[in-house]
Design a binder for this molecule. Sequence first.
Ligand SMILES: [Fe+2]
Ligand SMILES: [Fe+2]
Length: 265
Amino acid sequence: MRLLFIGDIVGKPGRDMVRKGVRGLVEEHGIDLVIANVENSAAGFGVTKDIGDTLLEWGVDVMTSGNHIWDKKEVLHYIPTQPRLLRPANYPAGVPGRGSYVAQTRDGRPVGVINVMGRVFMLNIDDPFAVVLKEIEAVRARARVIVVDFHAEATSEKVAMGWHLDGKVTLVVGTHTHVQTADERILPNGTAYLTDAGMTGPHDSIIGMERQPSLARFLNGMPSRFEPATGNPRLNGVVVEADDQTGRATAVTRISHSEAELLAL
Ligand SMILES: [Fe+2]
Ligand SMILES: [Fe+2]
Protein backbone atom coordinates (compact mmCIF):
# COMPACT_ATOMS: atom_id res chain seq x y z
CA MET A 1 0.00 0.00 0.00
CA ARG A 2 0.98 3.62 -0.38
CA LEU A 3 0.69 6.29 2.29
CA LEU A 4 0.96 10.07 2.06
CA PHE A 5 2.15 12.03 5.08
CA ILE A 6 1.69 15.83 4.92
CA GLY A 7 3.95 18.11 6.99
CA ASP A 8 2.57 20.72 9.44
CA ILE A 9 -0.37 22.55 7.84
CA VAL A 10 -0.04 26.27 8.65
CA GLY A 11 -3.13 28.48 8.55
CA LYS A 12 -5.42 29.10 5.60
CA PRO A 13 -2.60 29.06 3.01
CA GLY A 14 -1.70 25.56 4.22
CA ARG A 15 -5.33 24.40 4.27
CA ASP A 16 -5.84 25.75 0.75
CA MET A 17 -2.92 23.62 -0.45
CA VAL A 18 -4.56 20.53 1.07
CA ARG A 19 -7.91 21.40 -0.53
CA LYS A 20 -6.32 21.95 -3.94
CA GLY A 21 -3.73 19.20 -3.79
CA VAL A 22 -4.74 16.10 -1.90
CA ARG A 23 -7.06 14.53 -4.49
CA GLY A 24 -4.44 14.99 -7.22
CA LEU A 25 -1.65 13.55 -5.08
CA VAL A 26 -3.79 10.57 -4.13
CA GLU A 27 -4.42 9.86 -7.81
CA GLU A 28 -0.84 10.56 -8.92
CA HIS A 29 0.77 8.26 -6.34
CA GLY A 30 -2.04 5.71 -5.89
CA ILE A 31 -2.36 6.66 -2.22
CA ASP A 32 -4.40 4.42 0.12
CA LEU A 33 -4.29 6.59 3.25
CA VAL A 34 -3.48 10.24 3.99
CA ILE A 35 -2.02 11.45 7.30
CA ALA A 36 -1.39 15.13 8.05
CA ASN A 37 0.04 17.10 10.96
CA VAL A 38 -2.56 19.77 11.80
CA GLU A 39 -1.07 21.45 14.90
CA ASN A 40 -0.82 24.84 13.14
CA SER A 41 -3.87 24.61 10.87
CA ALA A 42 -5.95 27.25 12.73
CA ALA A 43 -4.19 30.55 11.87
CA GLY A 44 -0.85 28.97 12.84
CA PHE A 45 -1.92 27.95 16.32
CA GLY A 46 -3.82 24.75 17.06
CA VAL A 47 -6.87 23.26 15.39
CA THR A 48 -10.64 23.70 15.75
CA LYS A 49 -13.52 21.29 15.16
CA ASP A 50 -14.56 23.14 11.98
CA ILE A 51 -11.06 23.00 10.55
CA GLY A 52 -10.40 19.40 11.60
CA ASP A 53 -13.69 18.14 10.18
CA THR A 54 -13.08 20.08 6.95
CA LEU A 55 -9.59 18.57 6.51
CA LEU A 56 -11.12 15.12 6.99
CA GLU A 57 -13.70 15.94 4.29
CA TRP A 58 -10.96 17.04 1.90
CA GLY A 59 -9.29 13.63 2.08
CA VAL A 60 -7.09 13.61 5.18
CA ASP A 61 -7.74 10.31 7.00
CA VAL A 62 -5.75 10.79 10.21
CA MET A 63 -4.55 14.02 11.86
CA THR A 64 -1.44 14.20 14.04
CA SER A 65 -0.23 17.17 16.08
CA GLY A 66 2.34 18.37 18.59
CA ASN A 67 3.07 21.12 21.09
CA HIS A 68 0.53 23.51 19.48
CA ILE A 69 -2.40 21.10 19.86
CA TRP A 70 -3.81 22.96 22.89
CA ASP A 71 -3.58 26.50 21.44
CA LYS A 72 -7.31 26.71 20.64
CA LYS A 73 -9.24 26.02 23.84
CA GLU A 74 -12.13 24.35 21.99
CA VAL A 75 -9.86 21.43 21.11
CA LEU A 76 -10.43 20.20 24.68
CA HIS A 77 -14.02 19.42 23.58
CA TYR A 78 -13.10 18.26 20.07
CA ILE A 79 -10.27 15.84 20.76
CA PRO A 80 -12.24 13.47 23.04
CA THR A 81 -14.90 13.09 20.31
CA GLN A 82 -12.60 12.73 17.29
CA PRO A 83 -10.41 9.59 17.41
CA ARG A 84 -8.82 10.56 14.08
CA LEU A 85 -7.16 13.58 15.75
CA LEU A 86 -4.07 12.55 17.73
CA ARG A 87 -1.94 14.37 20.27
CA PRO A 88 1.51 13.15 21.33
CA ALA A 89 1.14 9.85 23.21
CA ASN A 90 3.77 10.81 25.78
CA TYR A 91 1.76 13.57 27.47
CA PRO A 92 1.24 12.46 31.08
CA ALA A 93 -1.67 10.22 32.07
CA GLY A 94 -4.98 12.05 32.31
CA VAL A 95 -4.39 14.45 29.41
CA PRO A 96 -7.39 14.48 26.99
CA GLY A 97 -7.17 12.68 23.66
CA ARG A 98 -5.12 9.75 22.38
CA GLY A 99 -1.70 9.23 20.84
CA SER A 100 -2.52 6.43 18.42
CA TYR A 101 -5.23 5.27 16.03
CA VAL A 102 -5.75 2.30 13.74
CA ALA A 103 -7.21 3.59 10.48
CA GLN A 104 -8.64 1.60 7.58
CA THR A 105 -7.89 2.20 3.92
CA ARG A 106 -10.93 2.45 1.65
CA ASP A 107 -10.57 -1.27 0.90
CA GLY A 108 -10.34 -2.18 4.58
CA ARG A 109 -6.60 -2.62 5.22
CA PRO A 110 -5.45 -1.42 8.65
CA VAL A 111 -2.81 1.27 9.20
CA GLY A 112 -1.58 2.20 12.67
CA VAL A 113 -0.69 5.86 13.28
CA ILE A 114 1.26 6.93 16.37
CA ASN A 115 2.20 10.47 17.45
CA VAL A 116 4.97 11.16 19.98
CA MET A 117 6.89 14.32 20.88
CA GLY A 118 10.57 14.92 21.59
CA ARG A 119 11.98 16.42 24.78
CA VAL A 120 15.19 18.11 23.61
CA PHE A 121 14.58 21.91 23.59
CA MET A 122 10.89 21.12 24.20
CA LEU A 123 8.47 20.38 27.01
CA ASN A 124 9.86 17.81 29.45
CA ILE A 125 7.04 15.27 29.21
CA ASP A 126 7.15 11.46 29.42
CA ASP A 127 9.90 9.50 27.65
CA PRO A 128 8.92 9.23 23.96
CA PHE A 129 11.32 6.32 23.36
CA ALA A 130 9.62 4.15 26.00
CA VAL A 131 6.06 5.33 25.27
CA VAL A 132 6.36 4.71 21.52
CA LEU A 133 7.28 1.04 22.13
CA LYS A 134 4.16 0.59 24.27
CA GLU A 135 2.00 2.21 21.60
CA ILE A 136 3.53 0.02 18.87
CA GLU A 137 2.85 -3.05 21.00
CA ALA A 138 -0.80 -2.01 21.40
CA VAL A 139 -1.28 -1.25 17.69
CA ARG A 140 0.65 -4.17 16.20
CA ALA A 141 -2.01 -6.80 16.93
CA ARG A 142 -4.32 -4.90 14.58
CA ALA A 143 -1.94 -3.39 11.99
CA ARG A 144 1.38 -4.42 10.39
CA VAL A 145 1.77 -1.08 8.63
CA ILE A 146 2.52 1.58 11.25
CA VAL A 147 3.46 5.26 10.85
CA VAL A 148 5.11 7.27 13.64
CA ASP A 149 5.02 11.08 13.57
CA PHE A 150 7.87 12.15 15.87
CA HIS A 151 7.23 15.82 16.63
CA ALA A 152 10.61 17.08 17.76
CA GLU A 153 13.10 19.93 17.52
CA ALA A 154 16.51 18.28 17.64
CA THR A 155 17.82 16.40 14.62
CA SER A 156 19.81 14.10 16.92
CA GLU A 157 16.71 13.03 18.85
CA LYS A 158 14.83 12.40 15.60
CA VAL A 159 17.62 10.36 14.01
CA ALA A 160 17.87 8.38 17.26
CA MET A 161 14.14 7.62 17.07
CA GLY A 162 14.58 6.37 13.51
CA TRP A 163 17.20 3.84 14.58
CA HIS A 164 15.23 2.99 17.76
CA LEU A 165 12.26 1.95 15.61
CA ASP A 166 14.06 0.44 12.61
CA GLY A 167 12.31 -2.85 11.84
CA LYS A 168 9.43 -2.06 14.20
CA VAL A 169 7.38 0.36 12.05
CA THR A 170 6.92 1.30 8.40
CA LEU A 171 7.73 5.01 8.60
CA VAL A 172 9.28 7.34 11.15
CA VAL A 173 8.71 10.91 10.00
CA GLY A 174 9.67 14.04 11.88
CA THR A 175 7.55 17.17 12.17
CA HIS A 176 7.71 20.51 14.06
CA THR A 177 10.68 22.32 12.49
CA HIS A 178 8.67 23.30 9.37
CA VAL A 179 11.83 22.92 7.26
CA GLN A 180 11.97 19.81 5.10
CA THR A 181 15.13 17.73 5.30
CA ALA A 182 16.58 15.79 2.35
CA ASP A 183 17.63 12.62 4.21
CA GLU A 184 14.81 10.26 3.26
CA ARG A 185 15.98 6.64 3.23
CA ILE A 186 14.98 3.13 4.14
CA LEU A 187 16.93 1.94 7.17
CA PRO A 188 18.47 -1.60 7.06
CA ASN A 189 15.56 -3.36 8.78
CA GLY A 190 12.88 -1.83 6.55
CA THR A 191 11.77 1.40 8.25
CA ALA A 192 11.46 4.45 6.02
CA TYR A 193 12.87 7.56 7.70
CA LEU A 194 12.76 11.33 7.12
CA THR A 195 14.00 13.80 9.77
CA ASP A 196 11.36 16.41 8.91
CA ALA A 197 8.47 16.36 6.46
CA GLY A 198 8.51 20.16 6.24
CA MET A 199 5.61 22.60 6.19
CA THR A 200 2.41 22.86 4.18
CA GLY A 201 1.93 26.58 4.16
CA PRO A 202 3.52 29.89 3.18
CA HIS A 203 7.24 29.49 2.53
CA ASP A 204 8.04 33.21 2.11
CA SER A 205 7.88 33.40 5.89
CA ILE A 206 9.76 32.46 9.03
CA ILE A 207 8.53 28.88 9.51
CA GLY A 208 5.03 29.96 8.45
CA MET A 209 4.73 33.31 10.22
CA GLU A 210 5.02 36.82 8.78
CA ARG A 211 8.68 37.73 8.51
CA GLN A 212 8.67 41.20 10.14
CA PRO A 213 7.38 40.36 13.65
CA SER A 214 9.37 37.15 13.77
CA LEU A 215 12.56 38.85 12.64
CA ALA A 216 11.93 41.71 15.09
CA ARG A 217 11.94 39.29 17.99
CA PHE A 218 15.46 38.24 17.00
CA LEU A 219 16.57 41.82 16.43
CA ASN A 220 15.30 43.41 19.66
CA GLY A 221 14.34 40.52 21.94
CA MET A 222 10.92 42.04 22.60
CA PRO A 223 7.66 40.10 22.35
CA SER A 224 5.69 40.49 19.14
CA ARG A 225 2.42 39.09 17.84
CA PHE A 226 2.80 36.47 15.12
CA GLU A 227 0.37 36.16 12.20
CA PRO A 228 0.56 33.49 9.49
CA ALA A 229 2.22 34.65 6.29
CA THR A 230 0.67 34.13 2.86
CA GLY A 231 3.42 34.13 0.23
CA ASN A 232 4.69 31.16 -1.75
CA PRO A 233 2.53 28.37 -0.34
CA ARG A 234 3.90 24.84 -0.78
CA LEU A 235 2.71 21.39 0.21
CA ASN A 236 5.50 19.34 1.81
CA GLY A 237 5.40 15.71 2.79
CA VAL A 238 6.49 12.19 2.05
CA VAL A 239 5.04 9.19 0.22
CA VAL A 240 5.92 5.72 1.45
CA GLU A 241 5.20 2.39 -0.18
CA ALA A 242 4.80 -0.52 2.20
CA ASP A 243 4.51 -4.29 2.05
CA ASP A 244 1.10 -5.05 3.63
CA GLN A 245 2.21 -8.41 5.02
CA THR A 246 5.49 -7.44 6.67
CA GLY A 247 4.93 -3.73 7.25
CA ARG A 248 8.36 -3.02 5.72
CA ALA A 249 8.80 0.06 3.57
CA THR A 250 9.72 -0.65 -0.04
CA ALA A 251 10.06 2.94 -1.29
CA VAL A 252 10.13 6.44 0.15
CA THR A 253 9.69 9.66 -1.83
CA ARG A 254 9.87 13.17 -0.40
CA ILE A 255 7.51 15.69 -1.97
CA SER A 256 7.43 19.50 -2.08
CA HIS A 257 4.98 21.12 -4.47
CA SER A 258 3.98 24.67 -5.33
CA GLU A 259 0.33 25.48 -5.92
CA ALA A 260 0.84 25.45 -9.70
CA GLU A 261 2.45 22.01 -9.53
CA LEU A 262 -0.45 20.65 -7.45
CA LEU A 263 -3.06 22.06 -9.82
CA ALA A 264 -1.23 20.48 -12.78
CA LEU A 265 -1.41 16.96 -11.28
FE1 LIG B 1 4.28 22.88 13.56
FE1 LIG C 1 5.36 21.93 16.85
